[in-house]
Ligand binder design. Structure first.
Ligand code: UGA
Length: 432
């Protein structure tokens, strides 16, 4: 099939590349010419394991193209995916849909034959209805269908998540488009992926409800971890103990710092805001948002306690600053709350991240990037394991602490408490 992905951000690029790998002809469109030229030279602007290899392979065999000509790309395609950003609107908690609607207006000028317009961007309930209205202004109803096909990729695991999805959700209000969408996904369905066909609005809501539920699960175990810390219980026993109940499930029950990233914080706020438009109070999701916001403060209090309330002039190291491993993404990372706070309190902060230094931390006083784990930890007072990169899992702390014994605060529970304590370190972790 001939596909066009509008927006070469995370969702558009990953799914475009993966669709081309399944044998489709795909044009990835972006108005950012620099990005397009970078991609045409086989360079990928985001960090995602395995993506670069797939870009090069499919670009070489000409199934994958990159263009900044939206009009031409739409005319040449049968299915057009809208994959532009839907960030939180400034000064509000709802999603900013201006990019989505602008793209819909552009598409509406280039519908030369029947096309399916698909929202893959995370868009609130009823966005499809609005897109349909925009398209109807210039086109007859039988010339297009508007479909919702939410994306459930995780950063860092995106290629695997695309290739082996738990489910494929298509929200369509007509048979013609649902049939075509199903055949597009047939290579994945025939390998065992569940296919769910719903009304368009339902698919839109499934995306937000999924992210809100996952955020709730994480927040729940984080709160239980607080209780474990006060009672000498290991939160990991609780995660296993409740997760073995199939109705609960063991995944997304890892306690840690506040959840972050480009999706959970934004989408939980947006679903609350959408519900308010329909006069529905999502009190549970509101509590999750608050609890997650409070979590960084809570962990900062713990740091204060660990350092006997003496943060000033303490050398603090962050191992990993991204919101999770296998990504260079800093969006809503809890490090962006903790590092500025500790710097304000007079700490001297070094950080190391496998994806390099971060512009978000450049201007913060007494914060510097170092390019190795050794340099980061050797003269430190407190080492905070913030992100669970594999690179940090087998650090030989003993050999790195010859000059000085530091305290370790493992916010992802990646080390064995006994092993680390037996090496003579003061060791703290989450919920155990
Ligand atoms: C999330 C969802 O998992 C994807 O299904 C969804 O497609 C995506 O948002 C999106 O809407 O685009 P992502 O933001 O890439 O994916 O990252 P996750 O792996 O879900 O992690 C989000 C945050 O939760 C991270 O800060 C992570 O450290 C935290 N987390 C996750 C925990 O603290 N504990 C866990 O058990 C799992």
């Amino acid at each position: 099939m001939k596909l066009c992905m509008i927006g070469t951000g995370y969702v558009g690029l990953v799914s475009g590349v993966c669709f081309s790998d399944l044998g489709n002809d795909v044009i990835c469109v972006d108005k950012d010419l620099d990005k397009i030229q970078l991609l045409q030279n086989g360079k990928v602007p985001i960090y995602e394991p395995g993506l670069s290899e797939l870009v090069i392979k499919n670009y070489k065999n000409k199934r994958l193209k990159f263009s900044n000509d939206l009009k031409k790309s739409v005319i040449e395609s049968d299915i057009i995916f809208i994959c532009v950003g839907t960030p939180t609107k400034k000064g509000s908690s709802s999603a900013d849909l201006s990019q989505v609607y602008n793209v819909a207006k552009e598409i509406s000028k280039s519908i030369n034959k029947y096309k399916i317009i698909v929202t893959k961007s995370t868009v609130p309930l009823t966005t499809g209805d609005e897109i349909e209205k925009i398209l109807q202004k210039k086109n007859k109803k039988n010339k297009f269908s508007v479909v919702s096909n939410p994306e459930f990729l995780r950063e860092g695991e995106a290629i695997r998540d695309f290739t082996y999805p738990d489910r494929i959700v298509i929200g369509s209000n007509d048979k013609r488009s649902s049939k075509l969408m199903k055949s597009l996904y047939n290579p994945l369905i025939s390998k065992g992926a569940q296919f769910l066909l719903t009304q368009r609005r339902a698919a839109e809501l499934i995306k937000y409800a999924s992210n809100s539920f996952l955020a709730t699960k994480i927040t729940f175990i984080n709160e239980i971890a607080n209780l474990c810390e006060q009672t000498g219980i290991n939160v990991e026993d609780i995660s296993i103990g409740i997760g073995l109940d199939k109705r609960i499930g063991g995944r997304f029950l890892r306690a840690g710092p506040a959840y972050g990233g480009s999706c959970f914080p934004k989408d939980t706020k947006a679903i609350v805001s959408t519900a308010e438009k329909f006069k529905i109070n999502l009190s549970l999701v509101k509590s999750v948002i608050k609890s997650n916001k409070d979590r960084s403060k809570l962990l900062l209090n713990r740091i204060n306690k660990i350092l006997n309330k003496k943060i000033r002039n303490k050398k603090i190291t962050f191992l990993g600053v991204t919101f999770k491993a296998n990504t260079d993404d800093m969006r809503d990372s809890s490090s962006l709350v903790m590092i500025p706070f500790l710097s304000k309190k007079g700490a001297l902060i070094k950080y190391y991240d496998p994806t390099g230094s971060k512009k978000e931390l450049e201007k913060i006083k007494n914060v510097s990037y170092v390019d190795s784990i050794k340099k980061a930890v050797e003269s430190s007072d407190l080492v905070i394991l913030h992100t669970e990169w594999n690179d940090f899992k087998s650090i030989n702390f003993k050999s790195l602490s010859k000059r000085k014994k530091f305290i370790i605060y493992d916010m992802r529970n990646i080390y064995s408490p006994n092993k680390i304590k037996n090496q003579g370190f003061k060791y703290f972790s989450i919920g155990r």
